[in-house]
Design a protein around this ligand. Sequence first.
Ligand code: IPD
Length: 264
Amino acid sequence: MKQEAIGNLIREAGQKMRRARPSEENIHQKEGLANFCTDYDTEIQRFLIRGLSEILPGAAFFGEEDTEGNAGADADGEYTFYIDPIDGTTNFMFDYHHSCVSVGLAHRDKMIAGFVYNPYTDEMYVGIRGKGSYLNGRRLIMKNKPVEQGIVEFGCARYNEAGIDWLFRVVKEMFQNSLSIRCGGSAALGLCRAASGSNTVYLELKLQPYDYAAASVILEEAGGKITQIDGSPITFHEGCSVIGGTPAAWQESREAFSKLKEVE
Ligand code: IPD
């Protein structure tokens, strides 16, 4: 795989994000409540599709934004790139400096590589199936920490509030069982932070494949576990719920979701 060329391209895309100055004129509303796309999301996705097509001719693309070359859920190639040009768009709009470029690469139905780059901290997470995960070149090997020994992160979005009371019951339980709780605003970074040990686990009730494709390889190759909340495999043709973290925290989160489902 052309790992170095892909990594360099993603770094360049990240620098475009870091230099960008989002303003009202270049922010657009998408379907649903508080769902946004900036001109930078589309520009960076176009840049990535052009560059990745040169690196891996014939590859298909499942990206978040509606741009030329993006086949979305219909992407059907031997190789498919899953692209979130700016994961953490709301953070980006408000200068939170916690957003990333996320690119996963699948061979047929198997996710084989993931690249997640945070240009504000210059942190590049890379996971290659069978070869491990790395943060800026340092191998990530996860300690199997339970929830009580660390930080739990969760995500939620105004445009997707189904199950929100259930999620917040779980979050309250996690808060009371852990050292602290976070909602960082970028699922890809939340999952990568579980891979690198900053979070024990990341939880969200509904994400799209481009949000977790890259981070799923990074997390698994670091020794973590990622599934839907009922324990079934995450899906790459359509979105799903996600629990990703250390095996111990993953198990505790699953139990909390199932225990608190019916409670009012
Ligand atoms: C969003 C972020 C956020 C998560 C949302 C995602 P976007 O992705 O990952 O943390 O809670 O569900 O949609 O829209 O910023 O690429």
